[in-house]
Design a protein around this ligand. Structure first.
Ligand SMILES: [Zn+2]
Length: 392
């Protein structure tokens, strides 16, 4: 029987790596950005469009799918791949994070998470066994462990408790997992920004010998120095031959820096959420298409971009459309997704070609041109990755 995940590293630059991850629904080139493919963030972007953008691994929210169409129906049709006619790979989250973030009332006990449904106000339970059962029904290629979610900036006994409970829940997840042959369960490293707790979580979870690992509990309001140091602590310690997924990080600069620190997978709703407010990603930072300035720019969002928006429309026209129609947000979403997917591909290629230093310097020079200065934390993080950066 073929393995459910094979990870082959093609080239490295210190911690950074260009790899191929083979999953049940095909090959994924990493580092990779994964768009969120269900409900909310991807409004209006179709699966066909994501396929056209080159997306080979997308993220789906267990929480929304469990509510509608429901796990039983998805199981009946042979899983989410069949239901939505997506032939590439899918990753599902555990549902825990969304339940806690969307519900006004939630309570965590050793048994699981108790919360009030934001849809119909009924009280529901999510135990590790429930999350894994639903994820088995959905049938994604990568599924996530249910963790005890706490704010990144929490410290003291509550963080310690969450850390230890996450490991106990992982053992229940593993016991409940019925499709080990074709679904990969990724544990989530916790510990906030406390190096001792991170170390403990790393030790406990690495012992469980998963096919890949996620770094959780970041992008939650911590300072940038703590952020990169925590990422580096995890990537230094995690097994080299397994993929690492940094959860909830998708700001272009963070994705570049963390790829250099050895992260392989990213997800974040920021690219499409910010598109809804008319903000586009460019090599020179963020472009606010709602600003009146855009009315007089008869050029695409970014010259040379091959996305549908840039090939067909000027900034001036998109500015005019934003006030009137949803289609503008759709076009900017497509552009932003394309930007991140291409950014990852170019970074990956530079690792293979042996010129990651030039790539990173070129990227930062343009991104921070307006500000005139690269933030110190970036220079330090890249220095740690043996990537000397020239200040502007
Ligand atoms: Zn574009």
């Amino acid at each position: 029987m073929p393995k459910s995940l094979e990870f082959t590293i093609l080239a490295t630059h210190n911690f950074a790596r260009a790899s191929i991850m083979r999953l049940p629904h095909g090959q994924v080139n990493t580092p990779v950005y994964m768009p969120v493919g269900t409900k909310g963030a991807m409004k209006g972007v179709t699966y066909q469009e994501m396929d056209d953008l080159g997306c080979r691994l997308l993220l789906a929210n267990t929480y929304h799918l469990a509510y509608k169409p429901g796990g039983d129906l998805l199981e009946k049709v042979g899983g989410l791949h069949n239901f939505v006619n997506w032939k590439h790979n899918i990753l599902t989250d555990s549902g825990g994070f969304q339940m806690v973030s969307m519900s006004k009332l939630s309570e965590v006990t050793e048994e699981g998470v108790k919360f009030e449904s934001p849809y119909d106000k009924t009280i529901m339970y999510l135990r590790p066994e429930d999350s894994i059962h639903t994820q088995n029904q959905i049938g994604a290629d990568i599924i996530m462990a249910l963790d005890d979610v706490v704010r990144t900036t929490t410290d003291g006994p509550r963080m310690q408790e969450a850390n230890e409970r996450t490991t106990r829940w992982l053992d229940r997840d593993i016991a409940a997992h019925k499709r080990k042959h074709d679904q990969n369960l990724f544990p989530i490293i916790q510990g906030g920004v406390d190096p001792k707790l991170r170390e403990q979580s790393l030790n406990d979870l690495i012992k469980r010998e998963a096919n890949g690992y996620a770094i959780g509990g970041l992008a939650g309001g911590e300072d940038k120095v703590s952020f990169w140091k925590t990422v580096a602590q995890c990537t230094t310690k995690l097994p080299i031959n397994k993929p690492r997924y940094l959860m909830g990080v998708g700001y272009p600069v963070d994705v570049v820096v963390c790829s250099c620190l050895g992260v392989d997978m990213f997800d974040c709703v920021f690219s499409t959420r910010t598109a809804r407010f008319g903000t586009a990603f460019t090599d020179y930072g963020f472009l606010k298409l709602k600003n009146n300035q855009a009315a007089n720019v008869f050029e695409p969002i970014q010259k040379g971009c091959q996305c549908q928006a840039c090939k067909s429309y000027t900034q001036s026209y998109l500015h005019y459309l934003i006030a009137k129609e949803e289609v503008a947000c759709h076009l900017i979403s497509i552009h932003n997704l394309n930007y991140l997917i291409q950014l990852m591909l170019n970074l990956r290629q530079s690792i293979i070609d042996g010129n990651l230093i030039e790539f990173v310097n070129g990227f930062l020079k343009k991104w921070y041109q307006k500000e005139g200065k690269i933030p110190q934390w970036i220079i330090e993080a890249l220095d740690y990755s043996k990537l000397p950066v020239q200040q502007l």
